[in-house]
Write a protein that binds this ligand. Structure first.
Ligand code: G6P
Length: 483
């Protein structure tokens, strides 16, 4: 590819994701710079990449920037350019207005457009070509997420020597929903190019296996799929759950720093020292159930079961996919609701909802976690939800109550959280009251158990479990092919 330079060759470990860990930004005066990319994928993979001497292939987040590979804080970055049209068709279109809503239980209606699909195929091919060009003989390539589901097959066609892993960071939907997709068989074939296909939850892996059974003639014996291709030896693909996590101890370390604890205190004071601070932290996305959370809190205020003097909700909603219509509509809806609730209930000294449409640096997030008595994760559907894990990791004081939706992957592991169905507004309200009133002793018992899980099953354990399975599957494959 055009960006290939002399020192840029032969990587033994390559991660491929739509976004690079850093986003290129242009200051108002035109000077280019870099910021951290949004979302859970980058949060999870960044620490993994720092440990390895590998390359990260991805898009820099701006149109038409052709950049040479470079090093960023110990990570080799290999940018793949996207045109304005590809951003509209492959990224905003097929990835975020077809696959994203389809894979999240059609909370918003997916749009199906053939031009978007064509762009998805072309861009996946570009990522596969860029990866093939920099991967050493026999290298391990780890492809990430729904934007790149065709890459495993495309890569295998060019480079059968590679060991290819794929991890899906978002849910994989039940067949009754998945089957809407006009290109459902091509996506399954694309994924089956991998040696190991990882999912967040056991349910996602079984949804995938079912789709394989319905759409192909391959045999599935969980977690193995025997892929039969005419004229070739049968290949074994493993499809199973590997729940992702965070660099938990780094959150705890931050939380233990005196200046961050001082900042948490300052945040509480700034909010007028309410008895209870509740916190929501999400990308502004319709899957997160932000409206359901606001509705529950609004009703509690209306009914006089909580007051703004006692309880404040801090909602951090970081900007996301702002050119996609469903996201514009969501923003209007959420901001209208926040405005109404504050208009009805705020006093001169106390606000009901402290709403922030920005992302914050990690230090500030950890201070917020420490300041928050109750953490609200009310997703309608979420692959994992790393915010829930970050909250637990930060609470070295064994305090704070986590409320978590059963529709977030993290609820499979975080058993001592208060589990809710966000569609059940009355149930959500009861859980909020229970959290506010929970005795200190019970908060401590629950948080201790949550923290144990999060600190033990951290992101390095996730990546090593996945990569060990991948290495073993390749070794077994070679034996299998020989026999
Ligand atoms: C989720 C997805 C990621 C994505 C992130 C941010 O975490 O799983 O693949 O990068 O959201 O979304 P964006 O569209 O801004 O990359």
């Amino acid at each position: 590819t055009a960006s290939k330079t002399s020192e840029d060759h032969d990587y033994d470990f390559v991660v491929v994701s739509n976004r690079l860990p850093v986003d290129r930004v242009t200051a108002p005066d035109g000077t280019p710079g870099w910021t951290r990319s949004p979302g859970g994928l980058v949060t999870a993979l960044e620490p993994v990449m720092r440990e390895k001497d590998g390359a990260w292939v991805g898009w820099a987040g701006q149109p038409d920037v052709a950049l040479d590979p470079f090093d960023n804080e110990g990570i080799r970055i290999v940018p793949v350019p996207l045109t304005v049209e590809e951003i509209a068709n492959y990224y905003e279109g097929f990835s975020n207005d077809t696959l994203w809503p389809l894979y999240h239980d059609v909370i918003a209606a997916p749009s199906y457009h053939r031009e978007w699909w064509e762009s998805y195929v072309a861009v996946n091919q570009r990522f596969a070509d860029a990866t093939a060009a920099i991967s050493a003989q026999g290298a391990t390539v780890w492809v990430q997420d729904y934007q790149l589901q065709l890459v495993p097959k495309m890569l295998r066609e060019q480079r059968p020597d590679l060991t290819i892993g794929f991890f899906n960071h978002i849910p994989f939907p039940p067949y009754g929903i998945y089957s809407q997709l006009p290109w459902r068989a091509q996506i399954i074939e694309g994924l089956l190019g991998a040696d190991v296909i990882g999912f967040q939850r056991v349910a996602d892996a079984s949804n995938f296996s079912r789709a394989v059974r319905r759409l192909t003639t391959n045999v599935t014996r969980n977690p193995v799929i025997e892929v039969v291709t005419e004229g070739q030896a049968t290949r074994r693909v493993i499809a199973k759950a590997f729940p992702i996590s965070i660099d938990a101890s780094s959150y705890e370390e931050l939380a233990r720093q005196p200046h961050i604890q001082a900042r948490a205190q300052e945040i509480r004071e700034g909010l007028g020292n309410p008895k209870t601070i509740m916190l929501g932290v999400d990308r502004l996305d319709y899957t997160k159930g932000i409206g359901h959370r606001l509705k529950a809190f609004g009703e509690l205020l209306t009914e006089g079961r909580v007051s703004v003097e006692d309880v404040t909700l801090v909602q951090v909603a970081s900007p996301s996919r702002e050119r996609v219509k469903a996201y514009m509509d969501l923003r209007d809806e959420i901001e209208l609701t926040v405005g109404r609730i504050n208009g009805d209930f705020a006093t001169m000294s106390h606000t009901a909802i402290s709403y922030h449409h920005h992302g914050y640096p990690r230090d500030e997030m950890v201070a917020l976690y420490l300041a928050a008595d109750v953490m609200l994760v009310t997703a309608l559907r979420d692959g994992m939800n790393l915010v829930a894990k970050e909250y637990c990791a930060a609470r070295f004081d064994n305090d704070g109550v986590l409320i978590i939706s059963e529709f977030a992957g993290a609820s499979d592991e975080l058993k001592r959280a208060l589990r809710i169905n966000p569609h059940d507004i009355d149930g959500l309200k009861e859980s909020i009251l229970q959290a506010i009133q929970m005795p200190k002793q019970e908060r401590a018992t629950r948080m201790r158990s949550l923290r144990k899980r999060v600190l033990e099953y951290d992101v390095s354990r996730w990546s090593s479990t996945f990569l060990t399975t991948l290495a073993q599957s390749r070794a077994a494959q070679d034996d299998y092919a020989d026999s």
